[in-house]
Design a protein around this ligand. Sequence first.
Ligand code: CA
Length: 218
Amino acid sequence: MRILLVEDDALIGGAVKQALHDAALAVDWVQDGATALSVSKTEDYALILLDLGLPGKDGFDVLRELRREKNTVPVIIITARDAVEDRIKGLDFGADDYLVKPFSIGELQARMRAVVRRDHGVAEPMLSNGLLVLNPATREVTCNDQVLSLSAREYALLHALMLRPGNILSRDELEEKIYGWNEEVASNAIEFIIHGLRKKLGKAAIKNVRGLGWMVSK
Ligand code: CA
């Protein structure tokens, strides 16, 4: 899952980015509103974490422009502003949730999972297709009731497929979902990860649709 982090504070931004990276998420971090708007036009993010106090365009401006352009990407505001009026304004401008600093990374991640579930029209916290069960809270994956040990990339790729069971994801789409900007991606990286996953899950778990991409069954 690829996340855009908009945060001008180097310490907070660095800490959040590292924590999310450790949770097998790809994170692009920008530090001002104008850059946030321009990258959100070209990249397909699962979620935006948006600070309010930013140089130039502030978080409210960014949010208003995103929604004006009919961008439906989920947004969680992360800010030190705890006034009720700011919370109301943020939600009414189109944010999906609002978290006041200082927050625990655990709570942030739980809110992110909730927002992503809603965005995919899922109420059940576990992703399951009968064969595979994936728990986004613990990152535990089971196949035929056997607990599997997956690398961070394997987990991230399987998570992307399990969010859209029955849908084919192309190599480009998968790369975009599991790698951030500054990460080198070898040309056969996705095939390599799929190969590793199939060894652990069995060949039938991930279907290859020749020339198009990969999918897990519904
Ligand atoms: Ca700030």
